[in-house]
Design a protein around this ligand. Structure first.
Ligand code: ZN
Length: 151
């Protein structure tokens, strides 16, 4: 069988993401989708809390989140916790949106990810409907909590 890797035809969005991140794998696209989803659900300036930790490949989620949500380490509006979970919380003044990657999706990625398959997996994640990827919870924040947290 002809082994022809990394000849995936990437849409423009993913080519730019690849340029930003240095390579293209499923987890950076997971983060990219999470940040995009948060942007749809929340308004104004966002803060993000990433539960991924700082160890790749899971931490690649952070770069995707930074790229699509504008929450960046440089601006100080993203925090990374060493929890080892494919989960990110996003906050605006009134709401908290928690987005977790479904276990079955994460297991599928971890089972099949390799140097040869990462771009194809990334493209699959990019095209998957939200409901097939994520569990999303939206919580209304109380005024007191808002005041304390935004200090
Ligand atoms: Zn990566």
């Amino acid at each position: 069988m002809l082994h022809c890797c990394n000849v995936v035809n990437l849409p423009e969005e993913l080519r730019l993401l690849k340029k930003f991140h240095g390579h293209l794998g499923p987890y950076v696209v997971v983060g990219y989708r999470m940040g995009g989803l948060a942007r749809q659900k929340l308004v104004g300036r966002l803060k993000a809390v990433s539960f991924t930790g700082t160890k790749p490949p899971l931490s690649c989620i952070i770069d995707g989140v930074q790229y699509s949500s504008s929450c960046t380490l440089g601006k100080g509006n993203i925090t990374v916790l060493e929890a080892g979970d494919a989960k990110v919380q996003f906050l605006d003044d009134k709401h908290l949106v928690e987005i977790s990657l479904l276990d079955k999706v994460k297991e599928g990625i971890d089972r099949s990810m390799s140097h040869d398959t990462e771009e194809l997996l990334a493209l699959t994640i990019f095209n998957e409907p939200e409901a097939d990827l994520f569990h999303v919870t939206t919580i209304e924040r109380s005024p007191i909590e808002t005041r304390v947290k935004l200090k």
